[in-house]
Ligand binder design. Structure first.
Ligand code: C2O
Ligand code: CU
Length: 511
């Protein structure tokens, strides 16, 4: 890693007054009309038009307004709510300025100086989307243009999210604010009688650092021509766009839909009765992970959420009437829940049995791919580039699973970091994580395990689309490549890594 250049004086976000701003709830997007469906022209489906704009927002009462880029001029953008098998169109319109306000590195692949500075393409993360609507990183468009995507939503109820994916500048477009939630609902979910309406809260977490004037700070390397830095960690965690917000709740169950849309931060989240990072961690129930419901609700006190990951939680405030509950990590308090006093009738249920999930048998896999995650010098001699299986973005496609076949992908992490690895379009199951001896592997290429496979948490037994791949560990997932044939991408969801070659195309071949 290269040394970051001397940082300017930044706003001390830790010193900001706590719990003075109410938690904003993103608007729910409204369709602007109906259009004939792409799959069945006889039927009409909702048509949304969402415009990316520059805007200003106050992230804290005591700060100057911050410039953001957002979908419909908000960050998070409007929440799109739809139902499984209810297809929609979204016209994504770019009305952003033509100059970027964050430091572009023109030596990164796809961000060369002859490319327009401001380019966008929208990906629906977790969506079963045909390749032409999936937001391929090179399918970007510029200010004044738009792209219309068709989302069939042929999948189970889940928390997805949409965000920018433009080649070589995804990390900057994300830091600027281009992200939003996308909730798919279905009848199975309706029957569970979960808390809904005001009792279902989207919680979109991301971290940012700020200049003294309230503008977003993004660090640069010491070298003016290659400003890319390997990771972005902000000093403050924002929830739905506010620092240290509060939310008034009733003493009853709430459903909390978490998304970590940070560029690089993993969060270790707990709920506590006091506003300190060491106070008691209260028990919550996790009912869903990225691709929908778990088979059984899982009780826990710690939620680990990497970049791109989601979690669906039920938190019961009924025994905290008249008190406060805090969401915290192990380094900072994040937000406050003010629980009203008095009795509350809670008609919702907390089912223990959720959607059945059959584990994909290992023997159904037609092949296992061993794929390394490793640090290299890049072709420009840059100090650090991280590659997937030693390959750059523009090298020939090597992962070409056959449509409807099942494979095991075995991620061998040779770096010192955890990486959240995401595959587009498919859902998968985590098989196991097993530690190995990195130095023996590096010297001899031999795989020597240093222990048995770690047992998985109940919350890791659900359907995923992003998986945490820990250092010196082999993480195996099992994937059925169903739904659509065509070209997609898989990548690390630490966006600085993704932008610097830690992303590869894969092709699902029809035969
Ligand atoms: Cu959430 Cu390819 O990304
Ligand atoms: Cu990474």
């Amino acid at each position: 890693m290269q040394p970051a250049s001397k940082a300017p004086e930044l706003l001390n976000t830790r010193a900001l007054a706590h719990f003075v701003d109410p938690l904003p709830i993103p608007m729910v997007a409204k369709p602007v009309g109906m259009r004939p469906s792409a799959s069945n022209p006889e039927s009409q489906v909702p048509y949304y038009r969402i415009v990316m704009r520059q805007f200003q927002a106050k992230v804290h009462r005591d700060m100057q307004p911050t410039t953001f880029w957002g979908y419909n001029a908000s960050c998070p953008g409007p929440t799109i709510e739809t139902r499984g098998d209810q297809p929609i169109f979204v016209e994504w319109v770019n009305e952003l300025p033509r100059k970027h306000f964050l430091p572009i590195d023109h030596t990164l692949h796809g961000a060369e100086a002859d490319k327009p500075e401001v380019r966008t393409v929208v990906h629906l993360h977790g969506g079963r989307t045909a390749p032409e609507s999936d937001g391929y990183p090179e399918d970007w468009f510029v200010s004044g243009q738009s792209a219309t995507c068709y989302y069939p939503n042929g999948q189970e109820a889940a928390s997805l999210f949409y965000h920018d994916h433009a080649m070589g500048i995804t990390r900057l477009n994300a830091v600027a604010g281009l992200m939003g939630l996308y909730l798919i609902r279905d009848e199975f979910e309706d029957r569970l009688n979960l808390p809904k309406g005001d009792f279902e809260l989207p919680l979109v977490l991301f971290d940012r650092s700020f200049h003294l004037d309230g503008q977003i700070y993004y660090p640069v390397s010491g070298k003016p021509d290659t400003p890319w830095v390997s990771e972005y960690y902000g000093s403050a965690i924002l929830v739905n766009g506010k620092i240290f917000p509060y939310h008034e709740v009733e003493p009853r169950r709430y459903r909390l839909r978490f998304l970590n849309s940070s560029n690089g931060s993993f969060y270790r989240l707990s709920f506590s009765p006091e506003a300190t990072v060491s106070s008691e961690a209260l028990v919550f129930s996790q009912i869903g992970s990225e691709q929908g419901f778990l088979s059984e609700s899982a009780q826990g006190t710690l939620l680990i959420l990497g970049p791109g990951e989601r979690a669906d939680l039920i938190v019961d405030f009924s025994s905290h009437a008249g008190k406060e509950v805090f969401l915290r990590t192990d380094v900072t308090v994040v937000m406050q829940f003010r629980v009203s006093s008095g009795k509350n009738t809670d008609p919702s249920s907390l089912p223990t049995i959720l959607r059945p999930i059959s584990r994909i048998p290992e023997r159904s896999a037609v092949r296992t791919r061993e794929l390394t995650l490793a640090d290299y010098q890049n072709r420009l001699g840059r100090s650090s580039v991280m590659l997937l299986n030693g390959a750059h973005w523009d090298m020939p496609v090597t992962e070409k699973p056959v449509l409807n076949s099942t494979e095991i992908w075995s991620f061998i992490n040779l770096t010192d970091d955890s990486h959240p690895i995401h595959l587009h379009m498919v859902r998968f199951q985590l098989l196991d994580r097993r530690p190995f001896d990195l130095s023996v592997y590096q010297l001899t290429g031999k795989m020597v395990f240093t222990g048995p496979a770690e047992s998985l948490l109940p919350s890791e037994l659900g359907w995923m689309d992003t998986v945490r791949v820990d250092p010196m560990t082999i993480t195996r997932i099992i994937v059925k490549f169903e739904n659509f044939a065509g070209r997609y991408v898989w990548h690390c969801h630490m966006l600085e890594h993704e932008d610097n070659e830690m992303m590869r195309p894969f092709i699902i071949s029809a035969q």
